[in-house]
Design a protein around this ligand. Structure first.
Ligand code: HEC
Ligand code: HEC
Length: 361
């Protein structure tokens, strides 16, 4: 025992005394000049109530210049096929960053089949559009631009080249994406800039985020989270679960299907159980974005809350079991409305250039 112990000690002693000095390093060979520093991370300014910035895709990092470029593009009617509307035309401050219509009015004054959602906090959504058919803002930007909203269709590449040829855009787009003069400007660049801007549209610091609620709104919050179980799907801080539910709007009061009901999620997945399901919308700014629901079928917030609180359309065969009827008085309905009013976003989009007149509802 003793022998082992002293061996150990002497090994330790050796270890301490016989350390070779480190060789003096050779002078470093001539280095090539250091590459320019990687662009610093974007300086997010998170309002109260939002703990994390949105997730940014690796292939579209945020930079101040790209955001400013996207902002300008968002406001520019030259993106649409006929110069008649910009993204902002349908996502306008005066209408809660939606358009105030039951369903949108696209290029060529074509009436589209869905209600325009607000775009506050869209950067946090993992399933975009009412039916979740897009999984990134970049795809939505292409969709909105090519499809009925802006009507550009097959002319998308030509339109991107046209925008890129404008002196106020070409150099900025090339700089934002590190393009050489000979590189083409594609729809992808425009969609990325628009999306970078949209990720900055943060809605927090509402009276609800500041815990500054009236007595009625306070009662409404308790009802929302408890008796009425709204929180089962409208999960704070974004008031959505990013999932799809059928609340029964496709059926009449007797349980007969409406003639032209929108299959919603089912149209995208081609799974019949998904018919009638729509993504839970945010409730931020909801007091300003009527009419309500995917088809704009309900005019006022009070009516929408009443519909949800009674458990949706109880006669609809596939209504989501998470939506349960709650026995609420008229005063309690108004309390929930007061709470939802306290989710109104204090910020506004900064309008650039000469905005088109705010569209008629
Ligand atoms: C004609 C009106 C109109 C215009 C113009 C328009 N939008 Fe929209 N926007 C809508 C409608 C309607 C929807 C919902 C469509 C659906 O769910 O099928 C929508 C949905 C969105 C969404 C998804 C929101 C969510 O909750 O999932 C984003 C993001 C968006 N638009 C951004 C844009 C951008 C960027 C542009 C310009 C390239 C644009 N919009 C132009 C009407 C419009
Ligand atoms: C089962 C999940 C679920 C529950 C529970 C739920 N909602 Fe919803 N809510 C949705 C979905 C999904 C929609 C969109 C449905 C559509 O348009 O077809 C929606 C839409 C709304 C809208 C319209 C928003 C807009 O922008 O058009 C309001 C307001 C609303 N809900 C409030 C409530 C309230 C208040 C409660 C509790 C009484 C509640 N919801 C409970 C899933 C739910």
């Amino acid at each position: 025992m003793l022998a082992v112990g002293s061996l150990w000690l002497s090994w330790l002693a050796c270890d301490q005394t016989e350390i070779e000095p480190l060789p003096t390093p050779e002078p470093a060979p001539e280095q090539p000049p250091a590459p320019p520093p990687a662009p610093a991370g974007y300086a997010w300014q998170l309002p109260k109530g939002l703990a994390e910035p949105p997730v940014v895709p690796d292939d579209n990092p945020m930079t101040d210049d790209k955001v400013a470029l996207g902002h300008q593009l968002f406001m520019d009617p030259r993106l649409s096929v006929d110069g008649s509307r910009s993204c902002y035309s349908c996502h306008v401050n005066e209408r809660g960053n939606a358009d105030g219509r039951a369903t949108a009015l696209g290029a060529g004054n074509k009436v589209l089949n869905r209600n325009t959602p607000t775009i506050w906090n869209v950067g946090y959504l993992t399933a975009l559009y009412w039916d979740g058919r897009a999984d990134s803002l970049e795809k939505v930007a292409i969709g909105a631009w090519k499809g009925g909203n802006m009507g550009v269709g097959d002319g998308l590449d030509a339109k991107a080249a046209e925008i890129g040829a404008l002196p106020e855009y070409g150099p900025r787009i090339r700089a934002a994406f590190g393009l050489a003069d000979s590189d083409p400007i594609t729809p992808d660049h425009i969609a990325k800039a628009l999306s970078a801007y949209e990720r900055t549209l943060l809605c927090g610091d509402t009276p609800a985020d500041r815990f500054e609620l009236s007595d009625s709104a306070r009662v409404g919050k308790t009802l929302f989270e408890n008796e009425a179980r709204c929180i089962a799907c409208h999960v704070p801080p974004h008031f959505t679960d990013n999932k799809f539910h059928d609340i029964g709007l496709g059926y009449d009061k007797k349980g007969y299907p409406h003639k032209e009901s929108d299959p919603g999620r089912g149209k995208h997945t081609q799974v019949s159980e998904d018919n009638g399901k729509f993504r839970t919308p945010t409730l931020r700014n909801v007091s300003k974005t009527g009419p309500y629901f995917h088809n704009g079928s309900v005019a006022t917030l009070e009516e929408a809350v009443r519909y949800m609180a009674k458990g949706g359309n109880l006669k609809a065969p596939n209504k989501d079991p998470l939506l349960v009827p709650a026995e609420l008085t008229d005063a309690q309905i108004r309390d929930i409305v007061a709470y939802l009013e306290a989710l109104a976003c204090p910020a506004e989009l900064m309008v650039l250039g000469d905005p088109l007149p705010v569209p008629e509802k």
